[in-house]
Write a new protein. Structure first.
Length: 214
């Protein structure tokens, strides 16, 4: 992921999205809207994504030597809804991608939670939950931006094409990785894919995404 993520956050300042609350969750995805309430940012090349509702609700991301993100703003108290829940699948990964190397920092599936502060162009902290091609599971500092830390949840291609459900405590992760205690704030959720550093291809899909109380 590129440090141009900073500009994506800036572009989102004028976008006001009201989060939906139902059954003690904060909905991030709304497939009835077809992701019309998400902001697309193209870092290199053209964004290539498709929203599907059949046979299941998913957004498919494709990258061919490109890099892009989709992001959505939400406003809620993260301490009350600390758990991020999502499903994802990687169909094709940049085989030489490795978050530990700036020159090969490509991943097929990346989900960022971003906490912006004033001035938002330069003052933000982010955690990227990623599926890396080679880096083992663990926590890594970004080689491109001092404002981003990565948590590799999945690694390698042994689970390629399979769907997985994740549940992470984002509130505790920000306390642990950034020494931040977050209450009611603007929160940006971003889905990203890139294969430009390795000049390769990548493909992934995300299903439902939501924050929950437990």
């Amino acid at each position: 992921m590129r440090p141009n993520l900073i500009y994506l956050i800036t572009a989102l300042i004028l976008v006001c999205v009201v989060s939906a609350k139902a059954d003690n969750v904060i909905l991030v995805t709304n497939y009835e809207k077809g992701f019309s309430d998400w902001k697309v940012k193209e870092f290199k090349g053209k964004a290539n994504y498709e929203v599907r509702k059949i046979p299941q609700k998913e957004i498919l991301l494709k990258s061919n030597k490109t890099s892009f993100s989709l992001a959505k703003e939400l406003y809620f108290n993260l301490s009350e809804y600390p758990f991020l829940n999502f499903s994802w699948s990687v169909l094709k990964m940049p085989e030489k991608g490795d978050v530990r190397n700036k020159k090969t920092d490509d991943q097929a599936a990346q989900l960022y939670v971003i906490i912006p502060s004033f001035p938002e162009m330069i003052n933000f902290k982010a955690i990227g939950y990623i599926w890396d091609s080679n880096a083992p599971q663990g926590v890594y500092d970004s080689k491109k931006s001092s404002n981003i830390k990565y948590v590799v949840l999945k690694s390698g291609k042994t689970e390629l094409g399979k769907w997985h459900t994740e549940k992470v405590n984002v509130y505790q992760d920000f306390k642990r990785l950034w020494k931040m205690e977050i209450d009611k704030k603007k929160i940006v959720v971003s889905l990203s894919i890139d294969s430009d550093d390795t000049q390769s291809e990548a493909e992934s899909a995300f299903g439902e995404i939501f924050f929950s109380q437990k």
